[in-house]
Design a binder for this molecule. Structure first.
Ligand code: CP3
Length: 344
């Protein structure tokens, strides 16, 4: 009667589970042979993301194979620059390449109708997945956080130090704020529509949050996250939100307290004893096995996974990695990890 139907959603709403629910960041993707086969059917990666038939299948693959507690929408964080009109391409073996935005250039215009028009196939993927997902499985939506998206837009791709973006933010904070504000609006509207289409929680990925010093972290990571959270709360008060300020270190507690998220996703660098003391009591956490340990496997992986299950037993905890699953990850290591976490 009181049987929780969705353990992962229950954790996000504050109720710890005996066995932590588990999913893995980037669980759909290149470590799965069935994904690689599917990927060949699309002309390019963005078209893959915008093909509901393929994206539904990619979303469901890891759930089917591993019996995960959650499905994460198959898409990419860079659909937002694309939907704002910036050119985005994924080059095989290299990663994303964007037409770089320079200080002084005209900024993209936020036109909500146009944004949704471009992203309509993503909403359709969500609706179709939510129709076929098993009862106990939670559907997670996501977006990149404004700071991380801005780094891709300004650098034109991945970067080692994000020097151009940081220099712009230092030299002309008011101008950079305008870009961040556009991204806050686009991200909030996008996530809200994902929720309206059927996702039950959303995760905000701030993959490059960790390169910012405290004042900048406050302005470019915490404040935009808080603005997105408050927009979503006003429209979907029942939907929990996960924040992932990767690499934030000593700034995790400020993010946890001030952004308004329900759960923080922890990267692998954070010491467990520190987390226990530094994060608000009772706050849900997700994480934080090293993704390379999953590639390596063996006793060290088993032990480290078990340590996390025990260390977080007294708070709502979702078992996950500290960063996305790597393409070199063997499928049988993932199977083994799930059996360790579930006590098999
Ligand atoms: O988690 C999932 O399984 C859902 C899908 C998902 C993808 N990207 C698919 C993808 C999610 C949640 C993302 C998030 C994402 N994308 C992030 C934030 C998380 C993180 O890892 O820090 C970032 C920074 C990106 C940007 C991105 N997308 C890069 C840098 C790359 C190239 C490098 C890489 O990891 O492949 C991508 C491509 C991408 N996104 C692939 C997939 C499955 C690989 C594309 C391919 O099949 O060739």
């Amino acid at each position: 009667m009181n049987q929780p139907t969705k353990p992962l959603l229950d954790v996000l709403k504050g109720t710890p589970q005996k066995i932590p629910p588990v999913w893995l960041m980037r669980q759909a993707g290149r470590h799965l042979p069935e994904y690689l086969e599917l990927r060949d059917k699309a002309t390019n990666f963005l078209n893959f993301c915008y093909s509901p038939k393929l994206a539904v299948e990619a979303t469901l693959q890891p759930v089917r194979r591993y019996d995960m507690d959650a499905a994460i929408l198959f898409c990419d964080i860079l659909v937002i620059p694309d939907a704002l009109g910036q050119s985005v391409a994924f080059i095989a073996g290299e990663g994303p390449r964007l037409e770089a935005l320079n200080e002084g250039d005209a900024l993209p215009v936020f036109d909500e109708d146009q944004l949704h028009k471009r992203l309509e196939p993503v909403y359709e993927t969500v609706a179709r997945v939510s129709e076929v997902l098993d009862d106990g499985v939670t559907l997670i939506g996501f977006a990149g956080a404004p700071w991380t998206i801005a780094t891709y837009m300004v650098e034109g791709g991945s970067s080692r130090d994000y020097a151009k973006t940081r220099a712009w933010a230092y030299k002309n904070p008011a101008g950079f704020q305008t870009l961040i504000d556009i991204l806050v609006k686009a991200t909030a509207a996008y996530l809200s529509r994902q929720i309206a289409s059927g996702v039950e929680t959303v995760q905000l990925f701030d993959s490059w949050a960790g390169i910012l010093p405290p004042d900048e972290f406050q302005r470019w990571v915490i404040q935009p996250a808080a603005a997105i959270v408050s927009y979503l709360r006003a429209r979907h008060s029942h939907v929990p939100i996960i924040g992932f300020p990767r690499g934030a270190g000593a700034q995790y507690p400020a993010f946890a307290e001030q952004s308004g998220v329900d759960c923080v996703s922890l990267d692998s660098n954070l010491p467990l004893e520190w987390v226990a003391k530094a994060l608000p009591k009772g706050m849900a956490v997700q994480g934080n096995l090293d993704n390379l340990l999953l590639v390596a496997g063996g006793k060290a992986m088993d032990r480290t996974a078990q340590t996390r299950v025990e260390a977080f037993a007294d708070r709502p905890h979702i078992f996950n990695l500290g960063h996305g699953i790597l393409p070199a990850t063997p499928v049988d290591h993932v199977e083994r990890l799930l059996s360790v976490v579930r006590g098999g």
